[in-house]
Design a protein around this ligand. Structure first.
Ligand SMILES: C[S@@+](CC[C@H](N)C(=O)[O-])C[C@H]1O[C@@H](n2cnc3c(N)ncnc32)[C@H](O)[C@@H]1O
Length: 275
């Protein structure tokens, strides 16, 4: 287990401040970046394919609560957690608007604080990158194993290391350092809203290695490989038909060996080993 040095504590606080600063208008006016929604749907389908409604889910890094609200609407019971108190407020607000609010328990807990949670879950999910911000992923893996029932499922959507779109987009504009930012090893500072998010990028195999002691691998697939990444949504709008065709390529080829190791994100599903 990694010792929580003052430097690590300060990185965690930087990341929390960064997400607090964007929480009010995170997701845009209608939460409708179509490229994000596409990746989100992959997570929703993966969870629904593996676990029946009524199952108990833990959301790690719930953000504004869009996933928690969707799963509650489908009949799941969700404990939604985030390290940013403003994001937790957004999740509570969203939950209070829904008829299903009784199925969502939103809590201000970071992934590095999972020892504060008790109980047993059928599934744990973390959508669109919160696990990239965790300084000690090994400790998080052990906590996830503790919190899942034997045979329970872990679903992680993680920011990948090789995003061909990003490399091409920035290299063509001569921004070579930005093009290769995901090649960095260890926690890397990434700017957002004049704050810093500390992020670590992973290849799927690299990510799985950290979990292998407690989890077996069910599978993984690329998200946003042929489709442009969400920050290029304006490109998507200008070339919608072409991009929708690329999206169909993502659906067909995203799980093919070699290709599945690339993409803006990857979705990895693991099974808790019996204790
Ligand atoms: C890119 S957002 C994704 C949010 C949400 N899962 C979604 O799908 O919209 C990343 C989220 O991770 C949260 N986060 C960052 N570091 C975290 C940590 N150490 N523990 C828990 N949440 C964290 C942020 O506050 C933010 O809400």
């Amino acid at each position: 287990m990694l010792e929580r040095t003052p430097a690590i504590e300060s990185q965690l606080l930087d990341t929390r401040r960064a997400f607090d600063s964007v929480a009010v208008d995170y997701d845009g006016p209608r939460g409708n970046n179509v490229l994000i929604q596409r990746m989100r749907r992959a997570m929703w389908e993966a969870v629904r394919d593996e676990l029946p409604p009524g199952s108990r889910l833990l959301d790690l890094g719930c953000g504004t609560g869009i996933d928690a609200a969707e799963f509650a609407r489908c009949g799941y019971r969700v404990t939604a957690t985030d390290w940013s108190p403003r994001m937790v407020e957004r999740t509570r607000e969203l939950a209070s608007l829904a008829a299903t609010h009784a199925r969502i328990d939103a809590r201000h807990i970071g992934i590095h604080q999972l020892d504060r949670i008790e109980g047993e879950f059928d599934g744990i999910y973390s959508d669109l990158g919160p696990l990239n911000c965790v300084p000690d992923l090994e400790a998080a893996a052990a906590e996830c194993a503790r919190l899942l029932r034997p045979g329970g499922k872990l679903f992680c959507s993680v920011i990948g290391r090789i995003c061909p779109w990003e490399i091409g987009h920035y290299a063509l504009r001569g921004r070579f350092r930005r093009a290769w930012v995901r090649a960095a090893r260890g926690m890397t500072p990434v700017g957002m809203n004049r704050h810093t998010i500390w992020t670590r990028y992973y290849l799927p195999r690299e990510f799985y290695r950290t979990f292998a002691e407690h989890f077996s691998l069910c599978g993984y697939r690329a998200l946003g490989l042929f489709m442009p990444p969400p920050y290029l949504v304006d490109y998507y709008r200008r070339h919608q038909r072409w991009c929708d065709w690329l999206g169909r390529l993502d659906d067909r080829l995203g799980a093919v060996p070699l290709l599945r190791g690339m993409g803006d994100h990857f979705l990895i599903v693991m099974n808790a080993r019996s204790r």
